[in-house]
Design a protein around this ligand. Structure first.
Ligand code: GDP
Ligand code: MG
Length: 733
């Protein structure tokens, strides 16, 4: 018997897959991407006595069609990696819907065992499931578990190992799809196996996919044997026509109906018993009566969001200031230890001020993610989408767009990349385009610290109010622009939308901590890699080419003059030859020469020249050249705005004392004021998406034109908005 097993964990979204995977593998897991796509791949190891069980967490899916990338990834993995067994995790409280995916594993023929999860939650709702009966009818082992507490998980793994060790062949389980389809299916199957066609798939499965009009399989078939594929397609077309005439339906719909029929048939054999009356309201339903109520719902939602921001800003303030002090101290040490020169400048201005500025916000990010994890894990976030569906329709979108917005940072701290990808669930191409083009307007995790910086520096009285305001504003802007797109370039019908409301759950502390940490770690990792790289490049652009020798000479001369005017005889204990006032004056003058030189160097640098050139336009919105440099950097990644401002103000601080955090420096800089800060903030919120997002939009939209469109359109829009705010604001205040 082999000591190594390969197991795939599969199930619907929200069935508790992540919880089980974490419980089984603990710290022995790693995360990557499936080759060629950005779908996350999680792998981990479970030890069962002497056996090592490798577990792969497949993306959560409802089905194995080719409608979404997740589904394609999941089934390609099963077919090409051939795990010895699938552990199919099922939410006991939603047995019927969850078993739909199971039927498709049966069709594939891969050995399955079922982890019947959340039996505690099901019991609370009065649902009792007889696992042994279910196992009997399905013909596969069923192990009841509570992933959250670990109940039954060891038994599950033992059973999985036992089943996997039997080295079963794949045996597709034939489900009947009705007379017409069944006979066609047999016909197709025969032709497929006789023609040695698509041999990587079980032949019956390939036949079903042809019936379901599965584009991935059909195009593979065409590439392999065009003539045979055409023959199969012709047979499918014939039976489709026949179905349309006789039953007014399509093969895919027929197949789905029969899968559900198969499940219903099993469930009615005494597998489930409901303890309570069917019409009795479940706890979740009762909670929903209030929380999604037409009037109380939105009110409650506003309170929750506002509470989230208050919580985040209030509790993160102290740790954020600790980190600021820490980075300040590190700078000070480097300042004293290293000799003046490019290396010192690189370390202090490029690395510590750049990356430190980004890392300084880690506590804030953590608190925000923790709050969002509570909303997500409890099931409240799904209610938010549900309530907003009604509003979204007005703007030509639908409830599926809400999730894309939320993922992009609609509440705060998401990322437009998964947001843009989440639009795949939208079936209507026009709605989808409108959603993916507007999702980047949300306050992603990278904009968050930038917002926090400016709010902290200029609107520190009411931080939570401003955060709330900027969030609502982002939604408004996104919706209005979506509407604009939907009545112009993306005009078209809207599609109906059904949203499931999973029951409310008490989040576990462990789950919350893991979710918080996963996202925080991504933020930290990005700061240590991408942001570090860009910071160094931008530092170089802000440092080189240095001033010419003659320019440097001028500053040296000024220094000599000061030194001549205040001759200092240095002895141990201070400048003995000068009075205290003279000594202070001397160092003040020398400092200001240093700063003037640094400022001249920055202006003369590559980045400085670009920033200055842009001032000709950007002055309309109140942006000075240093801000311009930061905004250009922000197109690479929004965090860079922060790191670049940090570097710019540390390299070329004008006249003011250059100590204190960046927020303090900006707040005390005479060149800055709340109106200008607001104008910059609005610009940052809405201008061109970061580079990665543009690439993602291009890929999802299938054309670089949409990627370019989002850059140009967003930047123009943001600029016009910033100019209006700055000009009007400057008149008023
Ligand atoms: P996934 O999206 O499929 O990975 O599901 P998760 O692991 O994120 O679980 C979704 C929610 O179900 C989380 O809030 C879990 O805490 C909760 N959950 C998972 N397993 C159980 C369980 O056995 N009982 C109960 N009551 N809740 C569970
Ligand atoms: Mg999960």
């Amino acid at each position: 018997m082999s000591a190594e097993l390969k197991i795939a964990l599969a199930g619907n979204p929200n069935s508790g897959k992540t919880t089980l995977f974490n419980a089984l593998t603990g710290s022995r897991q790693h995360v990557g991407n499936y080759p060629g796509v950005t779908v996350e791949k999680k792998e981990g190891v479970y030890r069962l006595e002497d056996k090592k069980i490798n577990i792969v967490d497949l993306p959560g899916t409802y089905s194995l069609t080719a409608y979404s990338e997740e589904e394609v990834v999941a089934r390609d993995f099963l077919i090409f990696e051939k795990p010895q067994i699938i552990v199919n995790i099922i939410d006991a409280a939603n047995l019927q819907r969850n078993l739909y995916l199971t039927t498709q594993f049966f069709e594939l023929g891969i050995p399955v065992i079922i982890a019947l999860n959340m039996i505690d939650a099901a019991r609370d709702r009065g649902i009792e499931i007889k696992a042994d009966r279910l196992a009997e009818f399905l013909g596969v082992p069923v192990v009841p578990i509570i992933a959250r507490t670990g109940f039954g998980t060891q038994k599950l793994m033992e059973e999985a190992a036992r089943q996997a060790a039997r080295k079963k062949e794949w045996h597709p389980k034939p489900i009947s799809y009705g007379e017409d389809l069944d006979s066609t299916l047999l016909d197709l199957e025969e032709k497929i196996s006789a023609g040695n066609f698509l041999t990587m798939y079980p032949s019956r499965w390939a036949a079903i996919k042809y019936l379901e009009n599965d584009q991935q399989i059909i195009s593979r078939g065409r590439a392999e044997n065009g003539a045979l594929s055409a023959e199969l397609e012709k047979k499918v077309a014939a039976v489709s026509q026949h179905l349309l005439e006789t039953m007014e339906t399509y093969p895919e719909a027929m197949v789905a109906d029969h899968r559900y029929g198969y499940i219903k048939g099993i469930l009615q054999k005494g597998v489930i018993s409901h303890k309570y009356d069917q019409d009795r309201l479940y706890t979740s339903d009762r909670i929903d009566k209030v929380l999604t109520n037409r009037f109380l719902g939105p009110l409650f939602m506003a309170v929750v969001l506002f509470g989230l921001y208050t919580f985040t800003f209030t509790y993160s303030e102290l740790p954020v200031s600790w980190l600021e002090t820490l980075f300040g101290q590190i700078s000070l040490v480097v300042e004293q230890v290293l000799p003046d020169g490019p290396l010192k400048s690189l370390i202090i201005s490029g690395i510590i001020d750049g990356v430190g500025g980004v890392l300084g916000f880690v506590p804030l990010i953590m608190f925000m993610f923790f709050g969002i994890a509570i909303l997500e894990d409890s099931g409240y976030l799904a209610r938010v989408a549900f309530m907003l569906d009604r509003i979204f329709r007005v703007f030509g979108l639908n409830g599926s767009s809400v999730m894309a917005y939320i993922l992009s940072g609609g509440i705060a701290g998401g990322c437009a990349v998964p947001g843009v990808m989440a639009t795949r669930t939208l079936r209507s191409p026009k709605e989808r385009m409108a959603t993916l083009l507007t999702a980047p307007f949300m306050n992603c995790g990278a904009k968050l610290p930038v917002l926090a910086l400016f709010i902290g520096a200029f609107f520190s009285e009411n931080k939570a109010h401003y955060m709330f305001f900027f969030t609502i504003l982002s939604w408004l802007v996104a919706l209005v622009l979506a509407k604009l797109l939907r009545v112009t370039v993306l005009r078209g019908e809207s599609t109906p939308f059904v949203l499931e409301l999973p029951p409310y759950r008490f989040p576990t502390l462990k789950g919350l901590l893991i979710h918080t940490w996963e996202k925080t770690w991504q933020y930290i990792k990005k700061a240590g890699t991408v942001i570090l790289g860009i910071s160094i490049i931008i530092w170089a652009m802000m440092t080189y080419p240095g001033l010419s020798e003659s320019e440097k000479g001028k500053f040296a001369l000024q220094r000599q003059e000061v030194e001549a005017a205040y001759p200092a005889m240095v002895v141990a204990g201070g400048n003995m030859a000068l009075s205290e006032a003279e000594a202070t004056e001397r160092s003040r003058l020398l400092d200001s020469i240093d700063r003037a030189e640094a400022n001249a160097t920055l202006r003369y640098s590559v980045a400085g020249r670009v920033g200055i050139a842009l001032e000709r336009v950007s002055f309309l919105a109140g942006f000075d050249w240093r801000t311009n440099i930061a905004l250009i950097g922000g197109v690479a990644a929004k965090e860079v705005i922060l790191s670049t401002l940090g570097t710019a103000y540390s390299l070329g601080g004008d006249d003011q004392e250059k100590n204190g955090s960046l927020a303090e420096i900006l707040a005390s800089d005479p060149g800055w004021n709340p109106v200008k800060a607001l104008s910059v903030l609005l610009f940052i919120s809405y201008y061109a998406p970061c580079f990665v997002t543009v690439v993602c939009i291009t890929r999802e939209a299938g054309s670089w034109k949409w990627g370019a469109f989002s850059m140009v359109f967003n930047t123009l829009f943001a600029f016009v908005l910033a100019v209006l705010v700055y000009q009007i604001g400057s008149l008023l205040f």
